[in-house]
Write a protein that binds this ligand. Structure first.
Ligand SMILES: Cc1ncc(COP(=O)(O)O)c(C=O)c1O
Length: 424
């Protein structure tokens, strides 16, 4: 797309956007003036689809009218409710349906995956993560290392960018895996990185890791519903993600799990078990020894929380209608347009630290602010932008293909520009 400056171009791009109608399927938060906010925060909490209410109401009505009978006789019976999400979620993350399940929340699922896939030995006990991994991931891997009687000081390798650089270089990741791979039990990287927005090549990392005998897992919180993840073809052993960011399912909603099919039949894999992971035929006989379902469902613990799942269903139906490939194509244009306009500002007080190559990023741009001056963020917030500030010095903005317009991007950069001029 050939970008141009000026509002006319933004309006032209919106007019020619085949997905433009999807914006109207969401509630945009409204300012006191009655104007909608410029919402650039779908990487943190996605907006509410207008349809979510009716999906929730259906379950409330069935609960009201049927009580416990709803497990079998609700319009969407609750007992298998999670199964109604599986195919749609699998399409979104590029997996086989049997490799995917929606359950629990992200950090919980990460622990459950590490129970199965982090099995340290005296020789191979290390975990490789990024130095700026999301704090919960870091706490989770450190606590797993300690749980197995090892010392994070010796067993945690943190991948840091080179001095003076913000991003990890692929060749540096490869080098660490080649040099230390024999001692690495698990590679667990955030994809896309929550701070920089850097998207890693999962297939390559999985190949490098597997060649050295490591297990490879990813936290896809910032990738799911945003990038084309191709989890099955990438060959990673497992992945976890949440659904409240780009998947718009509401605050604190459930997470998704991917387990590659090569592990699904392995009943010897240690796992923490619960009745919902047990064979469906005999689950209600209540007497049998644990016999895991030979799909990702075999990792479930509890019966599904229907109200959160109904919100996920509402959102996944929108993704199915729009198509993740179409959304990704639009996201590349929207984010590229924002990058173009920011570059036109040519202002030394800000710097985009997200990769310039669209293949290495999703929708998010991370704008580093000179001298970590948070005033800029506060000023744009006062002017009607919802973005977020991440310590130490970044404003994260994510134009989301489902509901952000080119005009939103234009207005955001105008507001940023106006406030940059107040900074010195
Ligand atoms: C990259 C990443 N990992 C993990 C988490 C933690 O998610 P949860 O609170 O659902 O466990 C988040 C939350 O924002 C995140 O962004």
């Amino acid at each position: 797309m050939e970008y141009q400056e000026g509002l006319a171009f933004a309006r032209y791009a919106d007019k020619n956007d085949s997905l433009v109608g999807f914006r109207d399927k969401f509630y945009l938060p409204v300012q006191k003036s009655g104007e909608p906010y410029i919402y650039m925060c779908g990487n943190s909490l996605g907006l509410q689809p207008k349809s979510t209410k009716s999906y929730l109401e259906q379950e409330l009505i069935d609960w009201k009218n049927l009580g416990v009978e709803g497990h079998l006789h609700a319009k969407h019976p609750w007992m298998p409710y999670h199964e109604f999400l599986t195919e749609k979620m699998a399409r979104l993350v590029g997996a086989l349906p049997k490799e995917v399940v929606v359950m629990n929340t992200l950090s919980v699922n990460l622990h459950l995956m590490m129970v199965s896939f982090y099995r340290p030995t005296e020789k191979r006990h290390k975990i490789l993560i990024e130095s700026d991994a999301f704090p919960s991931d870091k706490y989770a891997v450190e606590s797993q290392i300690k749980f197995h009687g090892f010392d994070p000081e010796k067993s945690l390798i943190e991948l840091a960018p080179r001095d003076g650089e913000e991003l990890l270089r692929a060749e540096d990741i490869q080098k660490v895996i080649e040099e230390e791979g024999d001692q690495i039990a698990l590679i667990m990287i955030g994809n896309t990185n929550y701070y920089t927005g850097q998207f890693f090549d999962m297939k390559k990392i999985a190949e490098w890791g597997h060649a050295k005998g490591c297990v490879v897992g990813f936290d896809c919180a910032h990738g799911a519903g945003n990038c084309l993840l191709n989890l099955h073809d990438s060959g990673v052993d497992f992945a976890v993600w949440c659904t409240y960011k780009y998947i718009n399912s509401g605050p604190g909603s459930l997470g998704g799990v991917f387990i590659h099919q090569r592990h699904l039949d392995d009943k010897e894999l240690p796992r923490f078990s619960g009745w919902w992971g047990h064979d469906k035929e005999t689950r209600f006989k209540m007497r049998d020894d644990f016999n895991p379902i030979p799909t990702a469902e075999g990792w479930q613990l509890s019966n599904p929380p229907i109200l959160s799942m109904a919100a996920i269903m509402a959102s996944l139906d929108i993704f199915d209608e729009a198509g993740i490939h179409n959304l990704r194509a639009k996201a590349i244009k929207l984010t590229g347009y924002m990058e173009y306009l920011l570059d036109q500002l040519d202002n030394e007080d800000i710097k985009i630290i997200t990769p310039r190559d669209p293949v290495q990023r999703g929708s998010q741009l991370s704008i580093q602010v000179k001298n970590a001056d948070k005033r800029l963020f506060e000023l744009i917030t006062e002017d009607g932008v919802i973005a977020d500030w991440r310590e130490p010095d970044v404003i994260r903005v994510a134009p989301v293909a489902l509901y952000n317009s080119f005009e939103d991007v234009y207005n955001f950069v105008e507001i940023l520009s106006k406030n940059l001029s107040k900074m010195n």
